[in-house]
Design a protein around this ligand. Structure first.
Ligand code: LLP
Length: 420
């Protein structure tokens, strides 16, 4: 459920007419609904209340400080993957004991920084990384917590680019190697291996892949217990799918009902790392139709938002529902909704049956809250869009549109190049 609805033929976000936002802040514009965001977080929290997990919102899904702050204030922790995300986590005052850190490629500087800041633990993705963290911890004279990210070799049944739990993926450590590592844990005197982590992919709509992965890891936990290796945490990652089109994803409650019995058996403290589930349907991208172009073969709505603003359709062929801000009745015809960028992959919707919409009108690209702005770029020297958050009948600008100066802020023309 989300709070973007038509009222009297106009799209609203909570109590605000989206058109008013488009006119005031211009387009392309990301619009978020505070209550949708918080509602999704609370739904998950409520579904799992029996075991009171730590819910670490996955910062990469949408890393705007206002979004992070809203969730942290409601008790969420954060799942981070870089020094930059740690910086953001600290900016919003996330307690360090609520921060977990994954990524296959943590640098020494990032590791050092996170150790100094005393995050809850690293999710370690390889033996060399484990050795490196141990070495750095020794240098800093610290004993630190790590969880082993297990690659459970399960098929998440999602897009191949966002499947992460197959043995051919770069993520995590296979069970056999993880077993060896745990037996040899004394070789890492500066580490406490305190838990296991899995994250099998993203936009997963069924519970079966989770059950398969958790079952594998649970059997592993039991095996370790017999050898006297007692862990404290099980981090089951994120990945919960949402509705973009005709998906029928599990609700938080259904997901919890399926996995709770397995989780309870382990008796470990559980961590969840949802991103998309919380923020995906809490955001839309608003674009203005610049031109309606009819070619002998096709109709194109050329809008002022492009693949640099929302890249999901271009790289995953992802479906986002596109609707006009002003409800239009009557016949529909097939059209592509495309951006101004110089690539044929620059589309927001393809072969979509849309009502007849006029030039100058606005469109909303639904379900753009997750991996929308956070994956945006300045390609074609386009300024990244502004972001606003609606809280009932109030609107807050949470990021202003890039200025042209922002585009060249870090660039320099070497003096020596002049006149060469
Ligand atoms: N935990 C880890 C270790 C992750 O790598 C991810 C996402 C998450 C949690 C959160 O997953 P979520 O709940 O949002 O599915 N750009 C792609 C999605 C990439 C996901 C990367 N990892 C997209 O636009 O679909």
């Amino acid at each position: 459920m989300h709070e973007f609805k038509y009222k009297h033929g106009e799209l609203y976000c909570e109590n605000i007419k989206v058109r008013d936002l488009a006119l005031r802040f211009e387009t392309p514009l990301y619009v978020y609904s505070y209550h949708t965001l918080i509602d999704h977080y609370l739904k998950l929290k409520d579904a799992f209340r029996k075991i009171e997990p730590l819910i670490c919102y996955s910062v990469k899904a949408n890393s705007n400080l206002a979004i992070l702050k809203a969730l942290v204030d409601k008790g969420a922790g954060l799942d981070i993957v870089s020094g930059g995300e740690l910086f953001r986590a600290q900016k919003v005052g996330c307690p360090v004991e609520r921060i977990v850190y994954a990524s296959v490629g943590k640098t020494d500087a990032e590791i050092k920084d996170a150790i100094r800041k005393k995050i809850l633990f690293f999710n370690v993705e390889s033996l060399p990384e484990l050795r490196n963290i141990d070495r750095i911890a020794k240098k800093l004279g610290k004993k630190i917590n790590v969880a082993i990210r297990i690659n459970p070799d399960v098929e998440a049944k999602t897009h191949k680019y966002i499947t992460t739990g197959k043995i051919t993926n770069k993520f995590g450590i296979d069970l056999k190697s993880a077993h060896k590592i745990l037996l040899l844990r004394d070789e890492f005197p500066n580490l406490v291996i305190c838990g296991l982590h899995i994250h099998i992919g993203s936009q997963i709509t069924e519970s079966a892949p989770y059950i398969a992965a958790i079952a594998k890891v649970s059997a592993f936990v039991a095996r370790l217990k017999k050898k006297g290796i007692i862990l404290k945490y099980l981090n089951i990652g994120g990945g919960l799918g949402i509705i973009y089109n005709k998906e029928t994803p599990q609700t938080a409650k259904k997901f919890a009902d399926k996995v709770l019995p397995l989780l309870e058996k382990n008796n470990l403290e559980v961590i969840l790392e949802p991103g998309r589930f919380i923020v995906g349907n809490a955001g839309i991208l608003v674009a203005r139709i610049l031109y309606v172009k009819n070619t002998p073969k096709k109709k194109f709505y050329i809008v002022d938002a492009g693949m640099n603003d929302l890249i999901r359709p271009a790289i995953y062929g992802a479906y986002h529902n596109v609707i006009p801000l002003k409800e239009v009745k009557g016949g529909r015809e097939k059209a592509d909704v495309v951006g101004p960028i110089c690539e044929s992959g620059d589309f927001l919707a393809k072969e979509r049956k849309l009502p007849r919409i006029k030039e100058g009108e606005y469109l909303a690209v639904m379900g753009s809250g997750a991996y929308g702005f956070s994956m945006s770029s300045n390609y074609n020297s386009r300024r990244r869009p502004a972001e606003v958050m609606v809280v009932k009948d109030k609107v807050y600008m949470i990021r202003s549109r890039d200025a042209y100066d922002d585009l060249v802020r870090h660039e320099k023309i070497p003096f020596a190049l002049m006149g060469l």
